[in-house]
Design a protein around this ligand. Structure first.
Ligand code: ATP
Ligand code: MG
Length: 348
């Protein structure tokens, strides 16, 4: 086990090989939040002691209506984002979820393990459904159960995610524990969420109390991984802030969500801690700090977005990579889902 990644399976006797699973929904273009909270960290975990499995979770995207042609394009674009950022299909398994039927199958089995009361506590559903909960798809409500299946179909021990997904990984643990208890087995691991680093919750550029999201309403509230240099500079320039300059110490960011967000983004992009950013830029006004941040974002994102564009010129190659990844994924997931069915008493 690599240092810092303790396996937390006190409730199970079984040992599980260190394996990472994580996914991103093709529900729109990738954002800086997806990059700093997810993809950049996936790349860092690749090639170490973990087997790494990364997925484009298209079955989650369709929990809200997607234009079919646009969904295909967005699925390939998320795959291109993974590849351009450094996910190597030789070192990691990369595929889109719907190609591996084990996800949907185990998702159903887990719908019969998870409790309605658990789903009712999920804050993401409340945020996404708003006042219109009755009109949402049943899939959006049951989404965390499918996410548990995504993770547990591979007996994944660790899931790197942004802070917003913590509750869903905790629910995954609840499902694993209840399954193990109800069937008297030590079959599923209690997966550890890995939520580390300065930019685990990148906030909306227009409202520092809301998360930056692909599916957010306005393009000005997020940085897309495919934005060009001028657009990135413009979006940071227009990002909401308070009038005070950057504080001289971290404490000074308390109750300044927009300022804190820009410091965290700078830290995430540069590999510095927020403290180091403040040590370097404390006292700077926004007229100084915002252009420095924009330059840094362009420096980091431009090579990735040009590689994404190159990859998107050859969609057949992306499809070939995902089809091969799906084959490798099935080889792991199918026996686990078969065993789950057998444990539940389903004749195969
Ligand atoms: P949507 O608005 O459709 O939910 P999203 O931008 O939230 O899209 P997801 O596909 O739901 O993206 O999440 C993919 C991964 O990116 C998850 O690990 C999630 O925690 C992470 N992530 C999403 N938004 C942020 C953010 N603002 N900051 C840090 N991590 C994020
Ligand atoms: Mg999301």
């Amino acid at each position: 086990m690599p240092p810092g990644f303790q396996q937390d399976n006190a409730m199970t006797e079984a040992t599980f090989a260190p394996r990472v699973f994580s996914g991103i929904k093709p529900s729109g273009g990738l954002t800086l939040g997806n990059y700093l909270g997810a993809i950049k960290r996936f790349v860092e975990m690749q090639g170490g002691d973990f087997e790494t499995i990364f997925c484009v979770v298209d079955l989650h995207a369709i929990t809200v209506w997607q234009d079919p042609e646009e969904l295909k394009r967005a699925t390939r674009e998320v795959a291109a984002g993974y590849l351009a950022s450094g996910i190597d299909p030789e070192k990691s398994i990369l595929f889109n979820q719907s190609r591996v039927s084990a996800h949907a199958e185990l998702g159903w089995l887990f719908n019969c393990v998870a409790r309605v009361g658990w789903m009712n506590r999920m804050t993401q559903f409340k945020e996404k459904a708003g006042k219109n909960a009755e009109k949402q798809s049943l899939g959006l409500y049951a989404y965390p159960s499918l996410m548990a299946a995504d993770i547990l179909a591979y007996h994944a021990t660790h899931v790197p995610v942004g802070d917003d997904q913590k509750q869903h990984v905790e629910l995954t643990r609840d499902i694993a524990a209840k399954f193990n208890h109800d069937y008297g087995v030590d079959f599923f691991p209690l997966t550890t969420p890995v939520i580390e680093g300065p930019a685990m919750r990148v906030m909306n550029l227009r409202d520092g109390t809301k998360k930056m999201s692909k599916s957010g309403e306005s393009d000005m509230e997020r940085i897309n991984m495919t934005d060009d240099a001028d657009t990135i500079a413009k979006k940071f320039k227009k990002a909401r802030t308070d009038p005070a300059p950057l504080p001289e110490s971290l404490d000074g960011l308390k109750d300044r969500p927009e300022a804190k967000n820009l410091v965290d983004i700078y830290a995430g992009l540069s590999g510095m801690s927020a403290e180091q950013v403040i040590a370097e830029h404390g006292g700077a006004g926004w007229g100084q700090f915002k252009p420095a941040l924009a330059d840094l974002a362009v420096e980091k994102l431009a090579p990735i977005s040009s590689e994404m564009a190159r990859l998107m010129d050859d969609p057949a190659e992306i499809d070939r990579i995902m089809a091969r990844g799906a084959e490798r994924a099935r080889a792991i997931a199918d026996p686990i889902v078969s065993k789950t069915s057998e444990l539940m008493g389903l004749l195969r």
